[in-house]
Ligand binder design. Structure first.
Ligand code: ZN
Length: 365
């Protein structure tokens, strides 16, 4: 338990707990100012993000080891501060030894990547979120953005539950079970097989529930996703995806989600987070911020606003962005389009971070 809260932090904590127990989260969110410094608050007011808690469940804020060129969508600490972000994921890649020919074994390689995140915390650049009780004070801080240590690719476990314990011990609080290859847990969206969650995968899900870690089903193929949803006692998140274009379910880009899959995630009380990837289908496209915002309107109607969120995959090497998106620094422009599309301030607050913070509070408790 955290013992030393100053009066402002104590107030923020009270507000946060009220917020978590509230059924209508959006109204409460718009009231939060978090005592940030006036200059930042004024800047936020100017760009339309005042009163919003921005939280990104999937990003790679430091340049990935071994990547050949710098990805301009990488969120920097400066961008996080300018945007007054409440929290950002710092995701290592668990199957890098397979993807980029990193030497050594996946667990050790993943740990090496995470050392960069630890160093950032030691140098005071970020403050890592380790338990739900610390969330209000971390969010209220205006010294450094809150960081969520994450791993994309359960390959990092090398099929051993004790490696999950070790990652949790090190500070990892979210794991994307699948990434670019089939692993000991299940099957990925680019796989030739729609195989099930494995018995080892089921034990990973149960253990993550018990340890208080967020389960991210991004990249998981249909049957593996279904298996995870059946085993997990906690809400799931798909941290970076978007729906297939109308009439094109199951065709074209394999990283997209069908409505049935998104309903499965929502059915766990979970969250489907949409990203800036641009793509075109036979009869329609998703190439502008306006089309992204209109897609959120559809998701609100079909899934409920409480099941929708933002997930940028910043620094993740997406091949093409919707026009107007460069990095999360472009979020105010998406928010403008969301308003134009008829979404309320409460909807926007829920989408840009409120829903994910609520999920974190539940999963990490
Ligand atoms: Zn990914």
């Amino acid at each position: 338990m955290r013992c030393f809260l100053n009066p402002r932090e104590a107030m923020e904590r009270r507000r946060f707990l009220n917020y978590c127990s509230a059924t209508g989260l959006s109204a409460v969110l718009s009231d939060w100012s978090f005592g940030r410094d006036p200059e930042t608050a004024a800047a936020a007011a100017g760009n339309g993000t005042a009163g919003l808690l921005i939280a990104d469940p999937h990003a790679h804020p430091y340049p990935l080891r071994g990547s050949r060129s710098y990805d301009p969508s990488t969120p920097t600490i400066e961008i996080m501060k300018q945007l007054n972000m409440a929290l950002c994921s710092f995701s290592a890649v668990g199957d890098m030894t397979f993807m980029r020919g990193h030497s050594g074994m996946p667990f050790a390689d993943t740990k090496n990547q995470l050392r960069i995140v630890k160093r950032m915390e030691e140098q005071g650049e970020i403050r890592l979120l380790l338990k739900a009780a610390d969330l209000p004070a971390l969010i209220a801080s205006h010294t450094a953005p809150a960081g969520l240590m994450a791993v994309e690719g359960g390959d990092a476990l090398e099929g051993k539950l004790q490696n999950l314990d070790a990652l949790h011990e090190y500070g990892v609080r979210l794991m994307t079970l699948m990434h670019e290859r089939d692993n000991e847990i299940g099957f990925n969206q680019r796989s030739g097989s729609d195989g099930p969650l494995t018995p080892f995968g089921a034990s990973v899900v149960e253990k993550m529930n018990a340890l208080g870690m967020v389960i991210d089903v991004s990249h998981a193929k249909g049957n593996t996703l279904k298996g995870i949803a059946e085993v997990s006692a906690m809400p799931l998140v798909d941290s970076h995806t978007s729906p297939f274009l109308p009439g094109e379910e199951g065709s074209g880009l394999r990283r997209l989600r069908t409505w049935r899959e998104m309903e499965t995630i929502a059915g766990t009380g979970g969250l489907v987070c949409t990203w800036p990837l641009a793509y075109s289908g036979k009869n329609s496209e998703r190439n502008t911020l306006k089309q992204w915002a209109e897609e959120i309107v559809q998701m609100k109607a079909r899934l409920g606003m409480e099941h929708c969120g933002l997930g940028t995959d910043g620094g993740g090497g997406l091949p093409r962005f919707v026009k107007g998106w460069e990095s999360i620094a472009s979020l105010p422009d998406l928010i403008g389009e969301m308003r134009q599309a008829g979404l309320t301030q409460g909807d926007i607050a829920a989408y840009v971070g409120g829903n994910f913070l609520r999920l974190l509070a539940k999963c990490l408790a």
